[in-house]
Design a binder for this molecule. Structure first.
Ligand SMILES: [Zn+2]
Ligand SMILES: [Zn+2]
Length: 253
């Protein structure tokens, strides 16, 4: 197949430290959404380049950080400055790999594509949710429940107070905070985080409207904030470890 513009896509992280191009995607290509814990928490939508030659690095400031776990087969690579999850590679080889649709230019248009679901959860080591050992959010009532969640590596854990698990639903339509894959669950004082401040990083989007907090080890964005509303947290619903919520929301939005 020869190169043509319809089949070529540019992408990169939000801060501009890393830029790439993917070529020769077939007409009607579909991204893949995997239900394993790391892909779910990142909200990744994977787009595999047809061959190694179809992935071209346009700019690399050396900001990409690799996260591996368990058998360390896969390297999940995110920008250390802005937290955008850019790609996944077979560790050490750079191939096979896929780029994250969320890092492509015009991701907001591409997001409406149908995606294929893949069942990575059934392979490899079963993910054990990380336990939260801090204080609980204040003001427990009979009609509230505590739910726990974390980034993937466990550097960031939290307990959140919700009306009921059945009541948990995202506020955004999926396109808000698109680059970071955050599915917004707004909370006020109903959450307690446990983390070492040096292990998280904040990135304010260029429009100044959103501050995203992500884990510096695994790159999972746990929450966002609107700088004008300091007491409200936009929790990333994808980071909740509640059986069933992953299939209900995370695979579908
Ligand atoms: Zn960046
Ligand atoms: Zn982490």
């Amino acid at each position: 197949m020869k190169d043509n513009n319809d089949a070529t896509f540019q992408g990169g992280c939000l801060c501009g430290a890393y830029k790439f191009q993917v070529k020769n995607l077939e007409a009607g290509w579909q991204p893949r959404r995997c239900n394993c814990a790391i892909c779910r928490k990142k909200g990744a939508l994977w787009v595999p380049p047809p061959s190694q030659d179809d992935f071209i690095i346009l700019k690399d400031d050396g900001n990409l950080k690799s996260y591996t776990f368990d058998a360390k087969v896969w390297s999940h690579e995110f920008c250390e400055t802005c937290g955008v999850n850019v790609k996944v590679s077979a560790r050490g080889s750079g191939w096979p790999m896929a780029v994250n649709l969320r890092a492509l230019d015009e991701a907001e248009k591409l997001y409406s594509r149908e995606w294929n679901k893949i069942g990575g959860k059934a392979f490899g080591v079963v993910y054990e949710p990380k336990s939260y050992t801090g204080e609980l959010p204040p003001g427990q009532e009979d009609d509230t429940e505590i739910v726990n969640g974390s980034c993937h590596c466990g550097e960031v854990t939290y307990a959140a107070k919700v009306k009921s698990v059945e009541d948990v639903k995202p506020q955004s339509n999926g396109s808000a905070l698109l680059s970071h894959g955050i599915l917004v669950l707004p909370l006020k004082n109903d959450i307690q985080f446990r983390m070492n401040e040096t292990n998280v990083r904040e990135y304010t989007t260029k429009d100044g409207l959103t501050k995203v907090m992500f884990c510096r080890t695994c790159g999972v964005p746990a929450q966002a904030q609107s700088p004008s509303e300091n007491n409200s947290v936009l929790l990333n619903l994808r980071t909740l470890d509640v059986e069933g919520l992953d299939e209900k929301w995370c695979m579908n939005i």
